[in-house]
Design a protein. Structure first.
Length: 360
């Protein structure tokens, strides 16, 4: 059976039912959450912190829209999951802005900032001054508000005790990546390679850039939040959920993001994990392999139809981006990945274009 009943409502496993819920619940819900956060950000006293908070809310709202799709897997807990996903994703996007446009290149500063994400997924963690190692200090309680929102929501998830170690593991890897990719350009690659040495035996089929990409995704965290809505969740099942998402679904997510940003990153001198493939053919071959492994892994999850739609939706969302048409190499990889497009992916591609028009 492709759809599992949750209470009296089934988890969506068909594109039309998923997109109905996206338009009916996700987009309006995310807009309301982000508007409330925007009003808070407008009251941030420090001008630089305010600028980056507002920019993350405006420019990266699609991250929250995409992540919040997980809230409709369990409609009975949608009002619990959606604020949690938006708050954690907003922390991620805000800190990414702070590090990308940082007034420092201090690894300790970046690590302390990302401690807020670790505290956010620990329901009883004590908050600290996450800005202690930078000159900008006064955010009017904005980051603490986001952390407390996450803590409040995870405390209400009945299965979260089983999920927390797996969530924290992914958040810790995410924080490591953000530290190493934002330090001085001359140090980044060496630090990332040293970090890979600590993990490569666990992921022998991956290359270092593909592992690093996987650590940059929040999707595994969101899948675990949804799993934790089940009071019967066990540590073993939580571990299985994490393994079904990490590394392949997560790696696909971020590699697609980097794929379409290659020209932007080249101009800006930013690190891009897709640049470590020797040519277009190799990029298409490796990413094609990751797509197939992602599809295989999600077959082992409850509600595999829903998670299959996540994978197809990722391909549709990123490969329909207008930036693809402006880059010849990216267009060639896109044609390869879309060669055997499923009807679901084509449906999501059309909807992705439409959602972008709404956002614009």
């Amino acid at each position: 059976m492709n759809e599992r009943a949750i209470g009296t409502i089934k988890a969506p496993s068909k594109p039309i039912s998923m997109m109905y819920r996206v338009y009916r619940y996700v987009l309006p819900g995310v807009s309301a959450e982000l508007e409330a956060l925007r009003q808070r950000a407008l009251r941030i006293p420090d001008p630089e912190l305010q600028t980056q908070a507002l920019a993350s809310l405006a420019d990266k709202r699609f991250h929250c829209q995409g992540g919040s799709v997980y809230a409709i897997l369990d409609p009975n807990n949608r009002d619990l999951l959606l604020p949690l996903i938006v708050a954690l994703q907003t922390i991620s996007d805000y800190l990414d802005n702070l590090c990308d446009r940082s007034t420092s290149l201090d690894a300790d500063d970046f690590r302390l900032l990302h401690r807020s994400m670790l505290d956010a997924v620990d329901p009883f963690a004590e908050l600290t001054n996450y800005y202690a190692l930078r000159k900008e200090q006064d955010d009017g309680g904005y980051l603490h508000h986001l952390v407390r929102t996450c803590q409040k929501q995870v405390r209400q998830l009945p299965g979260y005790a089983a999920a927390q170690p797996e969530v924290s593991r992914l958040v810790s890897l995410y924080g490591d990546l953000q530290v190493y990719k934002h330090i001085h350009k001359d140090l980044r690659e060496d630090k990332l390679l040293d970090w890979w040495e600590q993990h490569k035996e666990e992921y022998p089929e991956l290359r270092w850039n593909e592992f690093a990409a996987a650590t940059g995704s929040t999707l595994g965290m969101f899948a675990l939040f949804t799993a934790a809505a089940d009071p019967g969740l066990t540590p073993e099942r939580a571990s299985a959920v994490r393994k079904c998402y990490f590394p392949y679904v997560c790696s696909l997510h971020i590699l697609l993001d980097y794929l379409i940003d290659q020209e932007e990153d080249r101009v800006g001198g930013d690190l891009n994990f897709c640049n470590y493939y020797s040519d277009t053919e190799e990029a298409a071959q490796r990413m094609g392999m990751i797509v197939e492994r992602a599809r295989e892994d999600i077959r082992h999850l409850p509600d595999p139809g829903f998670h299959r739609l996540i994978v197809e939706g990722l391909l549709a969302l990123y490969l329909s981006d207008p930036k693809v048409g402006e880059q010849g190499d990216v267009k060639r990889v896109t044609r390869s990945l879309m060669k055997h497009s499923t009807l679901a992916r084509l449906f999501f591609r059309v909807n992705s274009v439409w959602i972008r028009r709404i956002r614009a």
